[in-house]
Design a protein around this ligand. Structure first.
Ligand SMILES: [Zn+2]
Length: 259
């Protein structure tokens, strides 16, 4: 443990940017469209266009109508990783049934050359962002000797619940991939609205692979963190959404789908 701490100190650098002090929180809103339980229950169609979503943030994750792939966006470029594993730029007219975005502003930077698996990365992020009641966004450049991601195939009506839809998900394993992780940590009290804990999507630098992150071994992490204390929720208002029962979703089903 002592050696581990010593190496952590030696191999990592933390830079706290001036904007991190409590007085300077500005534009610190996280914007969410729909709820995770709606997605779990098969609410796969929304009315929000990517154009309107991007007015609310230049950074985020989500999915697309009919559950057609994984969304990842950063630096104002949004992509769809389809079930063929490839990333496609998103059209401004494309609709989303669930997304979380923010105007990403780096408040804390941390680089490490340690080799970490996903659990160890989460432990490091816990130590860098210990307040678990805040909403936290992470943009992480990484080199991955191994990364395992998934994407889901476009669904047809009548839509199955997500626990059924992911049984046919495509899983991709890449070696020696370098790219960007985009994700959030939501507080446990947000259960039902979003995924409590960490949730990351990945896109390779060459845009040829990515998806929802299931596992990884990474090195050369360049971590940027944005802390938020304001949450805006917009819900779809269509007959399908309005008839969903959003009180019955089981946490263990959510964990099977998202972890
Ligand atoms: Zn995801």
């Amino acid at each position: 443990m002592i050696f581990r701490s010593f190496y952590l100190a030696l191999l990592t650098t933390v830079i706290v940017l001036p904007s991190c002090n409590a007085q300077s929180h500005q534009n610190e809103t996280i914007y969410q469209y729909a709820t995770i339980n709606a997605l779990m229950e098969g609410g796969y169609d929304g009315e929000l266009t990517m154009k309107n979503l991007q007015k609310k943030g230049d950074f985020g994750i989500g999915t697309f109508n009919a559950l057609d792939g994984e969304m990842i966006g950063f630096d104002n470029h949004f992509y769809k990783i389809k079930s063929d594993g490839k990333a496609y730029p998103v059209k401004s007219s494309t609709l989303t049934p669930f997304a979380v975005v923010t105007h990403f502003k780096t408040e804390l930077k941390h680089d490490t050359s340690l080799i970490l698996n996903l659990k160890e990365l989460y432990n490091l992020l816990d130590s860098l962002s210990p307040n678990k009641n805040l909403y936290v966004a992470y943009k992480i450049k990484v080199v991955c000797p191994k990364i395992k991601t998934r994407s889901v195939a476009q669904q047809t009506k009548p839509y199955p619940k997500m626990i059924e839809a992911v049984k046919k998900q495509s899983v991709f394993e890449s070696n020696n991939s370098s790219g960007t992780l985009v994700g959030f940590r939501f507080p446990e009290y947000m259960q039902g609205l979003n995924v409590p804990g960490y949730h990351f999507h990945y896109i390779a630098d060459d845009k040829q692979s990515g998806g929802h992150v299931l596992d990884l071994t990474g090195s050369d992490f360049k971590i940027e963190i944005d802390f938020m204390d304001d949450f805006e929720l917009k819900i779809p208002n269509n007959p399908e959404f309005n008839k969903l029962n959003l009180t019955k979703t089981k946490l263990e089903d959510l964990e099977k789908v998202e972890k």
